[in-house]
Design a protein around this ligand. Sequence first.
Ligand code: SOE
Length: 376
Amino acid sequence: MKPLNVAIVGCGFMGRTHSNGYAQAPHFFESEYKPVLKAVCARNRENAQRFADVWGYESVETDWRELLKRDDIDAIDVCTPNHLHQEISVAAAEAGKMVLCEKPLAMNQAEGEAMCQAVEKAGVPNMVWYNYRRVPAVTLAKQLIDEGRLGKIFHYRANFLQDWTISADVPQGGAATWRLDADSAGSGVTGDLLAHCIDTAIWLNGGINDVTAMTETFVKERVHAETGEKKPVKIDDACSFLCHFENGSLGLFESTRYARGHKALYTFEINGENASIRWDLHDLHRLEFFDHHDDSVVRGWRSVHISDGDMPYMGNWWVPGLNIGYEHTFIHQVADFLKSLETGEPFHPSFRDALLTQKVCDAVLASANERAWKTV
Ligand code: SOE
């Protein structure tokens, strides 16, 4: 097996999901390549060392620039807050490293464009961790749509609902709450949650032409965790938008961190001329399917349990009837990335694919600010 020497920058929640992906992929998916966990980088050496001990990283760095000088590292995994994605990814590409970047690609379209140019100029493999494409039920939805089973698509509807920032005592900034600080995150739910919905939507239903959006920031001031100072909150707590897809269908998207009772309710529904599809992250191994061609006396929504060996990815897991979960989406992403290295086929979503989502996010925020339709 050829080693793929990986260094990860950042060791929070996402660092764990990716590390588990590297560790598990070779156990379940055959490949010429095997990820080797070479280094973890974090500003705090103790945190990095603890992470290295848990996940089996061979070494620790506290400055990501040191990783780029090392010949024993092939790929840089950027798991930092969003404001560091561009600088690290561009420098990594210029150093000839493959770049695997956490979503969203960047703080905005201009940064994203610079990142695409850097990886393309360097000719290095690249990918963005929009992991929900690789939930087997979502991959199956893509197959059903591509086979034409839905026919002409009229509607695409998606939600991503959470409730973890309702309390005004949640601070902004710092390790656990940087997503509330515009300087680190760029935006709120738009770049964090809607970005997932938009990536899946573009993948399943094609490009988005234009958008009209509204955002709200319900808690106007929060204490900054690092300075203790109370500062205005500049991220969007909630965002909804309407759009036109290039295929003529209409889109309706909603995301919030203020939907009491919902922790991570990502759902989508697609209505076509012949059939409809519905999916829900809380029940991620099921795909709901309605086929208008069914015999009318038994016609209705079916709930298909995605566990048989002929369903996407499932032949590599347990026996029919047994579920897999959230962490497997990252394992699938690693397995597919290794396959792309083997075959030389480009991996999707690439930086360029993720830039499309970034453009929609920018248009959504501009539309909400200006209270006007915006072309993407
Ligand atoms: C936010 O709470 C978050 O962790 C996102 O950042 C992830 O991308 C999403 O998959 C789950 O929710």
